[in-house]
Design a protein around this ligand. Sequence first.
Ligand code: FAD
Length: 446
Amino acid sequence: MLVIGAGAAGLSAATRLVEAGLTVTVLEARDRVGGRTWTREIDGAMLEIGGQWVSPDQEALLETLDRLGLETFARYREGESIYVDREGQRHRYTGEIFPAGAETEAEIERLIGILDELAPEVGATAPWAHPRAAEFDAISWHHWLRTQSDDESACEIVSIYVAEAMLTKPAHSFSLLQALLMAASAGGFANLVDEDFILDRRVVGGMQQVSLRLAEQLGDAVVLNAPVRRLEHAAEGVVAHADGDVVVRAKRAVVAVPPNLYARIDFQPPLPRLHQQMHQHVSLGLVIKVHAVYDSPFWREDGLSGTVFAPHSPVHEVYDNTNHEDDKGTLVAFVSDLQADASFKLGPDAQRAAILEQLAACFGPRALEPEVFYLSDWGAEEWTRGAYAASFDIGGLSRYGAMQREPLGPLHWACSDIAAEGYQHVDGAIRRGWAAADEIIHALGD
Ligand code: FAD
């Protein structure tokens, strides 16, 4: 069997196929495994450049961590968080909902209640099959919220949990249906709001360990620096042509790359017209993940958790991202979608200064002088092109969603971007990897 892509999805698929007694080759474009999980040492600091957090409902990831002997640790969350309002005023608070004023807080709770009824109704498995799917897919997340509430602040805050924080796209560019899929895939909208749930734990040694260990078990089956350029497919099997004159023949292939990259592969014969269309309606969001490492987690001395919500500012979220048993203190900050575009336009020095000034406004002048400062640049990564993951444009999910996981002859599809539970997360990547492998195992058994 052939697996294209050595991210969590591809390596999970390969592992399951090998466990079923099949011979597998994994072709990976990069010189490393892990895809959108990448634990790097930068100037002596261990940083999680990509996916890192684990939430309690992510059973496939938790099972994998267990099987690989990997341990987790809780995100630091003691003390008060900071909410930065529209006027730039900082407010310290505890609990889930920002101190946005009693009326707005009540309105936020009401909107979350509506969404928590709709999300399970729509579900993560087949949102396109909901009787109101076309209607929910025809209105943007931004506009739907304003049909539900006149409280602009409440709308903006609720919007963030899906737009800036998850899909990393402007709220006007995706639909209510897409937002409900995101919420349902995480077990409900309230879970997206609760950072103690969604950003619960991290992996000791880094999330990339999942892929590194799976790849280690697969040994020589994983071939790096081998981007697949051409994939011939027919009922009797596939032939993949990758860089380095690598040619792999197999009965079936798992294409474990994000859908925005399908067009980088020359499928022969070309994929059917509806697939060609579908792939043009799905795209990755964009977020800059910023790490600032200090000689100690000094904000804790001031009774602060390190958590900041600043819905109207370039950096919209900050968390304490200190490594397990590390004396250094690390903050991780996020700059999403339109703000990310603007941030990159500033150029490196001004970009760094603007982000650090925002951290200093919350944590004091010590924040201006990190020992290590690093900005992720996933949009520039040839084999990803964005962060965190892919979603449909308005109308795309109801129109094409049902096709995205359907095998096409010997081709099977796996990646977090087409997952149901764990959608856009490492957990979803593993689930889709396992599901694609099971499709193959069942097909061979027939
Ligand atoms: P990928 O990891 O993208 O793997 C696809 C692989 O295919 C890559 O290795 C790529 O190089 C390879 N490839 C592409 N094209 C070809 C080709 N033609 N030939 C051969 N190989 C090819 N998730 C969480 O659960 N928690 C988080 O906290 C979290 N935070 C994130 C933060 C950032 C900054 C980013 C970028 C992502 C984050 N995610 C998080 C999302 C999570 O990392 C991804 O959803 C998940 O890792 C995707 O795994 P995958 O295997 O589906 O795809």
